[in-house]
Design a protein around this ligand. Structure first.
Ligand SMILES: NC(=O)c1ccc[n+]([C@@H]2O[C@H](COP(=O)([O-])OP(=O)(O)OC[C@H]3O[C@@H](n4cnc5c(N)ncnc54)[C@H](O)[C@@H]3O)[C@@H](O)[C@H]2O)c1
Length: 330
């Protein structure tokens, strides 16, 4: 059985990747246990503990270690993975702009150090998979009528924030390193991923918890901003397809649901589940790029990727999960 090492395997996406890959791969995880949102500490502690218990229950070994630490090399050499999935680093664009130095160390330096450690070790990888971001595109283009054109992988990447810029820098370094050292790589660009155990205060988590708390959902600019919300199982299905496909070698793939949905639509879905929630309008925050759907045709054609969770279904599943856990971290 091929071995997969998931970096960031105790984080939201990394944990779900461990679970998904466990049926067909021998999986191990490494994670530095970094909490990016201190004011969500209680929820973060609950869900990272939950993830650790679940991985232990599934027989997946995990190591609490930062890939920038010298001790990581020994872990790597001991595991000798065939595939590395890098799902580590800060996932929040706003935080990266607030603290660009921290973002550089967390997003860029970690990734660079990881590649260096791979290069300096004796391991032979059959694939290196990097979880990048659709934020590398910056503003999505518009047609003559002002409609957003779904971004293809070929669209020029012009990030408008530190997060997107460091993710793009990583993509460039990966291409160069992997080409030079003959490591097949795949770059994945997801968008607005949501689902069970997420605790980085993304809009889906915030709105859903407002529902449980009978609180007020605040909409920037009437909630007209669009996101391509992607349920976590769709993303991990796509990454598994990429890991198993030689067509994915040295390629970039958008992996999302493939439909732009307004944030007000998300609020309405939560309102249907929790009729007592309030919805209020606020002024638009200016830092966000204009976004919408990603174009996922390449993943469809090359990987037979087919997402199955429209926002209504994904949020219902997410809500069912949270309802079983919220009492323990409220
Ligand atoms: N969640 C999304 O909507 C989304 C969308 C696009 C891209 N991404 C990307 O996916 C990746 C994972 O995001 P997430 O939502 O799971 O975030 P997360 O914060 O839940 O998980 C990231 C994990 O990486 C670990 N980590 C960070 N630096 C590390 C290091 N140097 N060594 C070892 N472990 C380290 C953290 O401890 C954390 O557990 C990020 O790179 C993010 O940019 C996420």
């Amino acid at each position: 059985m091929k071995k997969v090492l998931v970096i960031g395997g105790l984080g939201f996406i990394g944990y779900h990747l461990c679970r998904k890959f466990q049926s067909t791969f021998d999986v191990a995880a490494v994670d530095a246990l970094i909490n990016y949102v201190p004011n969500n500490y209680r929820r973060w502690l609950y869900y990272t503990t939950y993830r650790q218990k679940e991985l232990a229950r599934l027989g997946i070994s995990f190591y609490v270690c930062d890939v920038r630490d010298t001790s990581f090399k020994q872990i790597l050499v001991n595991i000798k993975p065939d595939i590395i999935l890098n799902a580590a680093s800060m996932p929040i664009a706003l935080l990266a702009d607030i603290n660009p130095w921290f973002a550089k160390k967390d997003i860029f330096d970690s990734q660079f150090q990881l590649l260096e450690t791979i290069r300096n070790s004796s391991i032979q990888l059959s694939k290196y998979i990097y979880i990048s971001s659709s934020m590398v595109y910056g503003h999505f283009k518009r047609d003559d009528e002002g409609n957003i054109i779904p971004a293809t992988e070929e669209q020029e990447c012009l990030p408008i924030d530190s997060y997107g810029a460091f993710k793009l820098a990583n993509e460039i370094i990966i291409r160069q390193y992997c080409q030079k050292h003959q490591i097949p790589y795949t770059i994945i660009r997801p968008s607005a991923v949501y689902g069970p155990t997420d605790c980085n205060m993304r809009v889906t988590e915030i709105f859903l918890h407002k529902g449980f708390e009978k609180g007020t959902i605040e909409l920037d600019n009437g909630g007209l901003h669009q996101l391509d919300f992607t349920y976590i199982d769709d993303l991990t299905d796509g990454i598994l397809l990429a890991a198993n496909s030689e067509h994915a070698n040295n390629q970039v793939f958008n992996l999302s649901f493939g439909k732009g949905r307004k944030i007000v639509e998300l609020a309405q879905i939560v309102l249907q589940m929790f009729p007592s929630v309030n919805i209020e309008n606020k002024e638009c925050k200016p830092y966000r790029p204009n976004r919408g759907s990603l174009n996922i045709e390449k993943a469809r054609q090359w990987l037979h990727y087919e997402p199955t969770h429209p926002l209504e279904l994904g949020m219902q599943k997410y809500c069912n999960f949270v309802s079983e856990h919220i009492a323990q971290y409220r």
